[in-house]
Design a protein around this ligand. Sequence first.
Ligand SMILES: NC(=O)c1ccc[n+]([C@@H]2O[C@H](COP(=O)([O-])OP(=O)(O)OC[C@H]3O[C@@H](n4cnc5c(N)ncnc54)[C@H](OP(=O)(O)O)[C@@H]3O)[C@@H](O)[C@H]2O)c1
Length: 293
Amino acid sequence: MAHGGKSADRLAVVTGASGGIGGATARLLAKRGFHVLAGVRRREDADALRNDRIEPVMLDITDETAIAALADRIRDDPERRSLRALVNNAGMAVNAPMETYPLSDWRRLFEVNLFGHVAMTQALLPALIEGRGTIVNISSVGGKAAMATYGPYAATKFAMEAISDSLRREVAAHGVRVVVIEPGAVTTEMLGQVAARGEKIVAAMTPTQRTRYSALMQAVVAQAEASAAGGATPDEAARTILEAITAARPRTRYTVGRGVGLVVKLTRLLSDRALDRLLAANLKPHWPKASPA
Ligand SMILES: NC(=O)c1ccc[n+]([C@@H]2O[C@H](COP(=O)([O-])OP(=O)(O)OC[C@H]3O[C@@H](n4cnc5c(N)ncnc54)[C@H](OP(=O)(O)O)[C@@H]3O)[C@@H](O)[C@H]2O)c1
């Protein structure tokens, strides 16, 4: 039997369920019989998601009061179901050269992409231990390789990888599994907004920074947009997350997307310099004409 008992007895929490990977995951888990507590931040997203098995909850993962209310909701579940899965999915993306990204924005990014998940995990661990549940942490290929301009985002994802390893080793003895998901490009709003986010970052640069980095930003944005063409769908990511939750013996990590497993392997096998050359070669076709690449 799959981990954690019959599906009708199961609660699952998915953060960042307004769309993208989180939305697809909430819907798939509901289809498979979980009662899904789906975290959203807007009423209209709640209304779009709600059905017999999806119960939207207003949840900003940086809001401790909202997290505490969710923990109470789970503890006092009217049908006494146990919490079998927590999918820490919510996230923000950014591409910005280290020098140009304001420190307050670094802090905000870490609040959402790291500390929000820590807060969720701390609040729900007692219920997960009781329910012998699975924590699924959505990292990224950026949790294994930090390409130029991905420093802030990759820093949060490398940290997510580290806390997942540590937590897995802490809670295995208490019946809780911790699984990391490492998607490459997935065709969601996050990838769709890459150009608009990039323009804002460039607009906020000093003239000197712009001479240093605007061609790099153009190349990175073009590369990210091109990656969307071969990207995985949110449904593919959701299927991998379902597998992580329901497998009798899940792997500690799953990649999502074509070729992503190979990239992750290369980050282990290649020297830093060799990886620098490989990443630069991949970026090269995307540089604007007459640029210094
Ligand atoms: N798309 C990719 O190519 C890709 C690749 C690797 C990893 N990932 C990871 O996959 C996860 C999901 O991303 P996605 O691609 O599905 O992006 P998405 O469509 O932009 O979804 C991000 C979700 O996070 C929510 N969110 C943002 N800040 C939040 C906060 N403070 N509290 C609660 N929710 C918040 C958003 O809610 P609102 O709608 O309210 O803003 C949205 O529901 C992220 O962790 C991302 O880093 C994505």
